[in-house]
Design a binder for this molecule. Structure first.
Ligand code: SF4
Length: 347
């Protein structure tokens, strides 16, 4: 079997704050294999972004603290790497595409100079080789008139164009892992679709494993091969995109799907998840989802016992004491909302 490129194991990341310790990532494990896209979903504060910031070595310590776990990049534990080694890892092996390109593009350097700098530092190319490669990269991500655009500054690019330039920068050194954190949130729908296409072709070009972080399930359905669902700093369900969308085995996943606008459901029949995400300083006891869970009502076990992630299918795992009731729960939601999850996949 193929070995994972990146393997996150039992990761714990905390932050000291005046109000107490924030348990932002609480024992998270997942793998990323070559060429696959792993979608990570969850509400704000679920730990999805802090997990990848930890992978990238971008947690300020203090106030942050990595209290446990391993991050293995092709078997090498990044948590044992020096700051200098991590800078190299970030340039060469793991690249990040941020939500807002202006945070990672330097406004006083031309786009061409910024991209070629990445190549010169990490690849030892000559100036003319770097210029040629940058123009190829800009063409690859669909920047028109790449030769002329090379000499323009970020403010001369539109929002969508800047996002493309940032994708070009991220893939310049053929990284093993690409991380995209809400890559299209700031863009309008048409540009979003174009940027996603670019992201797909960038992935094909590099055969990188991709982590796509988003709260947008539509994006996950379109792009991801596997899905990690996070809640309260933990993974609560993980499976293929088909399993997660058609046969979810965790009430939180079903809640996310039920609140998603879809063609087969009237907007007023959507069933949003009640309540708000938990405080990471003071997580509810037992299952952190219990105050919001439709299956938890009156169940002492949900309030007392933290559910482990258990296998519910080949590679499909869920952290719920009552996964065997999910088929009926899906039917209830389908009856009440008119949605069809194609739940035949639930045993
Ligand atoms: Fe809901 Fe209980 Fe399952 Fe948690 S363990 S998701 S509260 S049914």
């Amino acid at each position: 079997m193929t070995e994972p490129l990146l393997s996150i194991r039992d990761l714990v990341t905390e932050f000291d704050t005046p109000d107490g310790v924030v348990s932002a990532v609480n024992g998270v494990s997942y793998d990323v294999f070559p060429g696959e896209t792993v979608g990570v979903v969850g509400e704000s504060g679920s730990g999805k972004s802090v997990t990848v910031m930890t992978v990238l070595g971008l947690i300020s310590q203090p106030p942050g603290r990595i209290a446990g776990g391993e991050i293995l990049l092709e078997g090498r534990d990044l948590l044992r790497s020096s700051a200098k080694e991590m800078r190299k890892v970030r340039g060469d092996e793991i690249a990040m595409i941020f939500q807002d390109p202006m945070t990672s593009l330097n406004p006083v350097l031309t786009i061409g100079d910024q991209l070629s700098e990445a190549l010169l530092v990490h690849n030892g190319m000559s100036d003319s080789e770097a210029r040629k490669r940058v123009i190829e990269l800009l063409e690859l991500v669909g920047v028109p008139n790449a030769e002329q655009r090379y000499d323009q500054y970020p403010h001369e690019y539109s929002g969508g164009m800047r996002q493309r330039a940032m994708i070009a920068m991220a893939i310049a050194n053929q990284p093993k892992v690409l991380i995209a954190d809400e890559p299209t949130t700031a863009l309008d729908v048409t540009i979003q679709a174009q940027v996603l296409e670019v992201l797909e072709s960038a992935k094909r070009e590099t055969d990188a494993g991709t982590i796509l972080i988003t709260h947008d399930l539509g994006l996950i359905a379109e792009m991801a091969d596997r899905v990690v669902v996070m809640y309260g700093g933990k993974v609560v369900e993980m499976g293929t995109v088909e399993e997660i969308f058609h046969a979810p085995r965790h009430p939180y996943t079903l809640g996310l799907l039920s609140s998603l606008p879809r063609l087969d459901v009237d907007l007023e029949r959507l069933e949003p998840i009640v309540g708000s995400p938990p405080s990471l300083i003071n997580l509810p006891p037992g299952c952190a989802f219990h105050p919001r869970c439709s299956l938890a009502r009156g169940r002492e076990r949900c309030r007392r016992e933290v559910p482990d992630l258990v296998g519910v299918g080949d590679g499909h795992v869920s952290a719920c004491h009552y996964t065997d009731e999910m088929a009926e729960e899906i039917r209830r939601v389908e009856r009440e909302t008119g949605a069809a999850f194609g739940a035949g996949g639930v045993a």
